[in-house]
Design a protein. Sequence first.
Length: 429
Amino acid sequence: MNKLRFLLSILAAFFLFACEAEIDEHVPSAGEIDLTTYVAVGNSLTAGFTNSELYREAQLHSVGNIIASQFMHAGLNEFNQPLMKDELGFGNRLVLGVVNGELMPVPVGGNPDPANNENIFEAEGPFHNMGVPGARTNHVLFPGYGTLNPYFGRFASAPTASVLGDAMAMNPSFFSLWLGNNDILGYAISGGEGDGITPVAEFEQLYQSIIDQLTANGAKGVLGNIPGITMIPFFNTIPYNPIVLEDPDIVDFLNNEYAALPHINFSLGQNPLVVEDMNPDYAPFFRRQLEEGEMVLLTAMEKLNDPEINYGVAEPLPSQYYLSLEQIAEIEQAVDDYNAIIVDFATAKELAVADIYSLLDSAVSGIHFDAIEFSTEFVAGGVFSLDGIHLSARGSANAANEFIAAINKTYNASIPKSAIGEFDGIIFP
């Protein structure tokens, strides 16, 4: 009996050892890429702009810095960012506050450090994170862009420097490029009344110039595609029909007031907003009601809450506060066209592509990472910050992981992904 027990113990130890020997530990590896010098080129998404501002903590949680932090497990030694001096940036940061008993984004207040407006290149540069809030594709190539954009002005190498020129001065061995959404976004967030969408042929030409320069010395890289502009909370928080009428007398009164405009009609329950529309079909009053599928901008909240003017009912909501069906179609077509161009260049140059479009598209209905649920819902969804446009820290971590997944797949690398739970979501008061 003792001999049998001894044999069984030996067998048990053998199988335990065999099982432990088969454990495949994750060993970080750069694979086919050279991580001597990593440079991130992009706009606000790369820089870490969030909650309507670029501030120090947000920069530390930027997509560019998260990617770099994970690269350090596989050999990257340095990633220098043009950090703000405080948590206020230029003073536009939003936080979640309580106003009249309701939670809503409010200015954080306080006095920003004046040094945030000073050029820091000589003392702290050069920089690996070349993400510049507000930058379009043509801006990245433009000498002297820092004289027009204070975010680049504070860390440009010279008054005549270009974003791409400063990036190339670092002689990157690997790069990320996430650019193009601002070529569409400015038009979208202005209700179609701001800067126009960069024509597709022009975008292609500009993007090719950027890619050709970034790869001229043999550097490999990863391209981020354009997120679905109309997926973001900025366009999906206020419904097209938020006017709730429960009194038949009010319904009759409004319909009598609009008797001369048969295309405007109110009923009990939810009603579409009355908006300004300069289409000749609506002359001479140039107003109509929104159609299902049209989008009200988040900036319309202030107008709709105006206690003195009843916008959307008695007075039309100005046209810069909504997107028509035609404008939405134009925006979505531009996103599709840009993304096709990005994929074509990635294929031609043998570069990786991070599919951020699909990532955020799946978040519309809800996704889970690290047992945390995310969606594109404003505030509660956790992906977007309080401006409804830019990513939260957790949203940036999700995006960074998508870049890392694309790098690992394309270049046979084994870069570990970031732990989403280590990043803050929306901070509640």
